[in-house]
Design a binder for this molecule. Structure first.
Ligand code: ADP
Ligand code: ADP
Ligand code: MG
Length: 460
């Protein structure tokens, strides 16, 4: 049994991990940057260690300082959360070589799925469909043009090291392809320190549907059903739900097929711990592999609500070497869950981050309502990190009940002093197409285009 875990992260996910540790009677060590000294994860942990200045490159991304902190605090394991170093195989390696367990997949599995062009090849090998596109990295403009000619426009230029919706450009013709090729490379170099890109077919308004998987270190693998994450802005998720209304109402057999495909990929990669296999699906129900996220995901709570499985707890137990006590037949889905990300952003200004001091804060409660957040009244959101300040999750016996509850809970959420996504999300929740479950990744743009500016980003 682990006795002590260091959490190499901040914000709501650090709080979420501390909660799981406490319920397992494991002691916790928080790390924080100078900008996060007043953060709630620092208060909740048993110990806290400052690891540097505000920029993440001087704190949360510093492997040397994290490992030193772990050694000083004498922990058994490190949980990396999401973002930051969570998918960094080198970090996982350093931890293991210092005799600190890394709570995530093995560095070998991580490497096998690291670059998108490489994991596409792995998916093909596993017999899972991938979008038509280039064979691996596209090294020249001419190669990009030849690929586009072969697969037809529109195409998407994607960074092999991409994440968080960055390093992607759509091209509708040769001219925009040449321009996009260079801007995508430059953006990828800046964001990920890797300018490699590849080209694939661009699907207009597909569905983003992903499968949660869990695997132990003995090769047992299960999937925990899907999440529909098609409500996105700038290719970043805003609202997620399970089960997917698209699968439920149109292609019920997809759950089995896609779940199998997700497991196949995990098998070929010899994947262990928690992970997510992402797909896009077109209106005809044809699905294509996107990527594997080799970490816990922001939207994991909706899966927890319908399966009753605590995913962070499962991650910790797997990292301790425990076998999965579940087989696929033991996993049952009950009811419906939906999550709204609460971001300090201004939806009326292109979802621009709106850091600053939270004046008043009241979070909703009641049956079927869960709030995972590190925010409180008087808390100042630093400008250095992600703009997400929490997640509101509601559960109901069916989709209608979960949505009605979400609507009610969004209305109760009171955050003043900064701009948030709350009233925009109320607009989405009340939209007739959304209520019917008819939406794709183009939904938010459609709402903005319709100019139904019935929402405001000011606090209530
Ligand atoms: P999910 O797939 O769970 O929605 P996201 O892709 O939104 O996850 O990313 C989860 C978190 O990690 C977000 O806070 C996002 O900003 C951050 N993130 C994801 N990929 C990267 C990356 N390559 N570099 C920096 N931050 C990233
Ligand atoms: P990231 O690492 O940034 O999460 P993904 O490959 O997972 O990148 O894609 C993020 C989002 O971009 C998807 O959810 C989808 O909305 C969009 N997207 C990615 N690939 C395609 C594609 N070929 N056609 C249309 N949309 C795509
Ligand atoms: Mg993705």
């Amino acid at each position: 049994m682990f006795e002590k875990i260091l959490i190499a992260n901040r914000g709501e996910i650090a709080v979420r991990i501390i909660r799981a540790c406490k319920e397992l009677n494991i002691r916790t060590v928080a790390v924080y940057s100078e900008a996060d000294a007043n953060s709630i994860h620092v208060q909740l942990a048993d110990e806290a260690i400052c690891i540097g200045r505000a920029p993440s490159s001087e704190s949360y991304l510093r492997i040397d300082r994290l490992v030193s902190a772990a050694e000083v605090a004498d922990v058994d394991a490190i949980h990396p959360g999401y973002g930051f170093l969570s998918e960094n195989a080198h970090f996982a390696d350093v931890c293991e070589s210092c005799n600190i367990r890394f709570i995530g997949p093995s560095s070998r599995a991580m490497n096998a799925l690291q670059e998108k062009a490489v994991s596409r090849a792995l998916a093909k090998k596993a017999g899972v469909p991938v979008a038509p596109g280039s064979e691996g990295v596209v090294e020249t403009e001419a190669e990009a043009l030849a690929t586009a000619k072969k697969i037809g426009y529109p195409v998407l230029i994607k960074a092999i090291a991409g994440g968080g919706g960055r390093g992607m450009r759509v091209a509708h013709n040769d001219i925009s392809l040449m321009r996009g090729y260079h801007t995508a490379r430059a953006e990828a170099e800046k964001a990920f320190g890797n300018s490699g890109v590849y080209v694939e077919k661009y699907f207009e308004n597909p569905h983003h549907i992903e499968f949660q998987i869990l695997g132990d270190s003995r090769g047992n693998l299960v999937h925990l059903g899907e999440r529909d994450c098609s409500i996105q802005r700038r290719h970043q998720k805003l609202i997620e739900e399970t089960p997917s209304p698209f699968i439920e109402t149109k292609f019920k057999d997809l759950r089995k097929k896609m779940g199998k495909a997700a497991i196949r990929i995990a098998e070929v990669a010899q994947y262990n711990n928690a992970g997510t296999v992402e797909f896009i699906v077109d209106d005809q129900g044809q699905f294509y592999f996107l990527e594997v996220n080799k970490r816990i995901q922001v939207e994991h709570p909706v899966t927890e609500e319908v399966t009753g499985i605590d995913l962070i707890r499962a991650q910790i137990l797997i990292a301790m070497g425990e076998p999965l006590k579940l087989s696929q037949g033991d996993i049952h889905f009950r009811g419906h869950a939906i999550e709204c990300r609460i971001n300090a952003e201004d939806p009326l200004d292109g979802f621009r981050p709106s850091p600053g001091r939270i004046e008043m804060y009241y979070s909703p409660g009641g049956r079927g309502v869960r709030v995972d957040s590190h925010a409180y009244a008087g808390y100042t959101i630093p400008p250095h990190y992600d703009s997400m300040i929490g997640k509101l999750i509601t559960y109901g016996k069916d989709r209608r009940e979960a949505l009605d509850r979400m609507n009610r809970a969004l209305g109760e959420f009171l955050i003043t002093g900064i701009k948030t996504t709350i009233s925009f999300e109320q607009t989405v929740l009340q939209d007739p197409d959304f209520r019917r479950g008819v939406y794709s990744t183009g939904f938010i743009e459609e709402i903005l285009r319709r100019g139904s500016q019935g929402f405001s980003s000011e606090a209530a």
